[in-house]
Design a protein around this ligand. Sequence first.
Ligand SMILES: [Zn+2]
Length: 118
Amino acid sequence: MVVAEGTDLVSAELKPAILADVRAWVVSQVEQLREVAQAVSARLGHGQEIRSTCPVDDWTFTPRYTDGVCPLCGYQPPGVDAGNGWPGPIDWFWPILGTLVVASLAMAVLVIVAYNRL
Ligand SMILES: [Zn+2]
């Protein structure tokens, strides 16, 4: 079997650039995953529970689970960061609708292309 020289679709000069782009993309994805993992890990706290006792009703609570305030009277203990909560709930309607539209258009294009080729 004879293999012809120079039949590569991608020239030799382009290959390192493409590989560098792919590598940069993979590295960026890994960095994002690492940041998410660190955020979740920091959020879970690993047992570092901060407990406060309300001076009004003598109730001991964990501000992390009560938006930083006493669940009975709303007393906010000093030095507690109440703004470190979970992000708000995600509204998935538009992302899912967009995905549905894009998938539908892609399927329509594929069907039209396949129909015209047969
Ligand atoms: Zn209280």
